[in-house]
Write a protein that binds this ligand. Structure first.
Ligand code: PEP
Ligand code: MN
Length: 338
């Protein structure tokens, strides 16, 4: 349930409204938006007397919220959320955020070289996996902690914040200290222990959509993190599994619109994992911006043929530069900037 306060409500009126909700057995979340102040019920609102609530002075309207996600719900928080991933680097809002870098960190020259080049072309953060969730145990598993060290070197060389995937709850403290944005991969979207622990920290979390997760399941996973108290959640649409096998996954751009309507959280699109094919990445990126995404996360490799992971879907730094030029034009058409 949400209670929308009238413009100009008094301190006493809002306190009374909060008390009435608490008497009904819920915790109350207050959202001071640009236009309205909203009281959101956290927990089971069945004990609240709607009619009584509605009649309270200062209360404009009371709405039942049928969706199971509350903190992630736009009804509880009408204004767009903006997540600051490093001083002055924001995801959400008018300016688009582009994260770029290789699938996996491979060496210092590789990661620092790519970081320098994507920064020059306008990326706001560097991606690179150190702990890789591979389908086969015989495939390259990432450089682990060494990879995190190399990401820090690349950050030092360029100033770019780094985003990298966390797979184990054992590593949370280490990631908090060494990483700017913690990625939860598609395969871990419903690792609820991991999500609960990430709710207890303050780091920005990039939450990828699960391999075949519905939009509601995805938002419920975000809810786990938000419910724990961490409000810095960025969603990432990375394609879902369908009957189609031409592409690695099927990019669900309608999910971007749905999530922007249902939730206040920023959403970025990963055209690389969605398509699995480098030649599709540029057009899908442009389409994502046109669809209203708040940014992109793109795999860029200096030598895709020899990449240790996901070379077939990685674009080169030159292709990234071209893409960014076009992305700026599409951004301007939809009232955004890059
Ligand atoms: C990745 O970003 O490298 C990755 C493994 O992505 P996903 O979890 O979306 O498959
Ligand atoms: Mn990858």
């Amino acid at each position: 349930m949400v209670v929308i306060m009238k413009p100009g409500y008094t301190e006493e009126q809002i306190n009374n409204a909060i008390k009435e909700m608490e008497r009904g057995g819920v915790n109350v979340m207050i959202s001071h938006g640009s236009e309205t102040t909203i009281l959101g019920a956290e927990g089971n609102a069945a004990g609240i007397d709607i009619e009584k609530m509605q009649a309270l002075p200062g209360v404009e309207r009371v709405m039942r919220v049928s969706e199971p996600y509350k903190k992630a719900n736009r009804k509880y928080h009408p204004d767009d959320s903006v997540v600051e991933i490093a001083p002055g680097v924001k995801v959400g809002g008018r300016k688009l955020a582009v994260f770029a870098g290789p699938c996996s960190v491979e060496s210092e020259e590789q990661i620092t070289g790519i970081a320098r080049s994507v920064k020059e072309d306008g990326a706001c953060a560097l991606r690179g996996g150190a702990f890789k969730p591979r389908t086969s145990p015989y495939s390259f598993q990432g450089l682990g902690y060494t990879g995190l060290d190399l990401l820090e070197k690349a950050r030092m060389a360029t100033g770019l914040p780094v985003v990298t995937e966390l797979m184990s709850t054992d590593d949370i403290d280490y990631f908090v200290e060494h990483v700017d944005v913690i990625q939860v991969g598609a395969r871990n979207m419903q690792n609820f222990d991991l999500l609960k622990r990430l709710g207890k920290i303050n780091k920005p979390i990039l939450l990828k959509r699960g391999l075949s997760a519905t939009i509601e399941e995805w938002l419920m996973s975000a809810e786990y993190i938000l419910a724990g108290g961490n409000e810095n959640v960025i969603l990432c649409e990375r394609g879902v599994r369908t009957f189609e096998s031409f592409t690695r996954n099927t990019l669900d751009l309608s999910a971007v619109l749905a999530v922007k309507q249902q939730s206040h959280l920023p959403v970025v699109v990963d055209p690389s994992h969605a398509s699995g094919q480098a030649w599709m990445v540029e057009r899908l990126s442009l389409a994502a911006i046109a669809a209203g995404a708040d940014g992109l996360i793109i795999e860029v490799h200096n030598d895709p043929i020899h990449a240790l992971c996901d070379g077939q879907q990685s674009i080169t730094p030159d292709q990234f530069k071209d893409l960014m030029g076009k992305a700026r034009q599409i951004a301007a058409c939809v009232g955004r900037e890059l």
